[in-house]
Design a protein around this ligand. Structure first.
Ligand code: ARG
Length: 459
């Protein structure tokens, strides 16, 4: 048991209370942020004449030494300390004596933890952005290679209209691109420094908050000191962005699981990203995709947990807020692992274009195009819709496709059919005619790919 307070207490803390209250077990991962924040704080105190140059130098050297020693494994983070802030301060005092006791001048653990958590979150957010960019690069590569890999597009999980693998992947490109946009917005809003807010009401020392903020790479300082110590909005926003990323990865996973199934066989997940069954020798299971889908709930859970923790907290700092850490750290780690593994799975996954095309051909995905063909021959669309409906029924009875029928059979249903119907309903023609912006025709897709490439190059 080691703590930074105790002067006004006449009894020692009960061990169970101490353990329940302590956070070092999980906030130890804020170690680097805590030391860097303290270095900046000490530099600012010296600049303002609150610490002497000698005191500041002793503190800086001590903190640098602690940072290096912990990183090199020469100094262990002492888990009998209450939290990481107490550990760093105690280690400093042990190393440099009296001057170490001055570091906490004009500072409270409330603005200190607000700073550490913000700095940590800022780093993790940039990491998420980088991983998203890597995944987008993989997706774009597949798009470029598969402009004419035809496949069925679905609605209600029923085959609807033909599209291409490039087009399908393009949808995920857009989702993850928006995810990056959200991260950028959050970063812009959150990149302000709370240090100097003190416990809640600022401090009487003449601190230069702007200076500390600039040393730590912040764009500006936070405004109201009560808000500064009790704000976790940025973390909730980040967890919300992470939840959205997981929602997208989960949808993508669900599709890959379907595509990899015995029924679809559109793709084959690489052996390195699959697992077997202990009893059924034939099995190769898409566990990674399933786990990504499964872990989505856990990230949503972190978001709900923090929203709920924060909803009843009066201003300013309350200990409830310590509960932000474990769930947020878990969500950050989960999303990092999911992004890494998902990218690896996509990079090694094999496509089976012949199966995709066959599925599109067999599923009457060209029915709309067949109706459009009749419209071209002067039949009103509503009538054409009915005619093709009957045609599909006829094909189903004969177990064939529209282009599997003879011209005679087609004319038996509508005399407007001519020899050119076969070209009109070929998969290639159906896709290539779709040229509106955002559509799967290669003319439109080439433009989409060009824009996407440009986006990745500049952002
Ligand atoms: N471990 C605490 C947290 O994570 C640090 C802040 C402590 N402040 C306090 N007033 N007890 O929130």
């Amino acid at each position: 048991m080691a703590q930074l307070w105790g002067g006004r207490f006449t009894k020692a803390t009960d061990q169970l209370v101490y353990d329940f209250n302590a956070s070092i077990r999980f906030d130890r991962r804020l170690f680097e942020q805590d030391v860097k924040g303290s270095l900046a704080h000490a530099a600012m105190l010296a600049k303002q004449g609150i610490l002497t140059k000698e005191e500041k130098e002793a503190i800086s050297e001590g903190l640098q030494g602690i940072l290096e020693d912990v990183k090199a494994g020469r100094l262990a983070i002492d888990e009998t300390q209450e939290d990481i802030h107490s550990f760093v301060e105690a280690a400093l005092i042990e190393r440099i004596g009296e001057a170490g006791k001055k570091l906490h001048t004009g500072r409270s653990r409330n603005d200190q933890v607000a700073l550490d958590m913000r700095m940590y979150t800022r780093d993790r957010l940039l990491e998420t952005d980088r991983l998203l960019k890597e995944l987008l690069t993989t997706i774009l590569h597949t798009m470029e290679e598969n402009l004419d890999t035809y496949m069925p597009g679905f609605t209600h999980l029923q085959k609807a209209q033909p599209t291409t693998l490039a087009h399908h992947y393009g949808a995920y490109f857009e989702m993850l691109k928006r995810d990056r946009g959200r991260l950028k917005d959050i970063y812009r809003r959150m990149n302000e420094c709370p240090l100097g807010a003190g416990a809640l009401a600022g401090t009487t020392y003449p601190l230069d908050r702007e200076y500390t903020a600039s040393l730590l790479g912040f764009d500006r300082v936070t405004c109201n000191s009560m808000d500064s110590v009790s704000d976790r909005d940025y973390l909730i926003e980040y967890l919300s962005a992470l939840s959205m990323i997981m929602m997208h990865l989960s949808r993508f996973s669900e599709e890959i699981i379907l595509w990899n199934s015995n029924e679809y066989q559109f793709v084959e997940i690489d052996d390195a990203y699959s697992t077997g069954s202990s009893i059924m020798p034939q099995k190769k299971n898409p566990d990674i995709a399933e786990l990504v889908r499964g872990k989505t709930g856990r990230v949503y859970g972190a978001l709900m947990s923090l929203l709920t923790t924060m909803k009843g907290i009066p201003l300013a700092y309350n200990k409830d807020m310590q509960e932000d850490k474990e769930v947020a750290f878990d969500a950050m780690d989960t999303v990092r692992n999911c992004l890494l593994l998902f990218n690896g799975m996509l990079q090694t996954m094999k496509f089976r274009p012949e199966r995709m095309a066959e599925s599109a051909m067999k599923g009457f995905t060209n029915a709309t195009d067949a109706a459009d063909y009749l419209v071209g021959k002067g039949v009103p669309f509503r009538d054409a819709h009915g005619i093709i409906g009957r045609l599909v029924l006829y094909c189903m009875e004969k177990n064939t496709s529209i282009d599997g029928l003879s011209l005679e059979e087609l004319k038996g249903i509508c005399d407007k059919f001519e020899e050119d119907i076969y070209d009109a309903v070929s998969l290639k023609a159906c896709v290539e005619r779709r040229l509106t912006t955002g559509a799967p025709g290669s003319g439109a897709m080439e433009e989409e790919i060009r824009r996407s490439r440009e986006y990745l190059e500049k952002d």
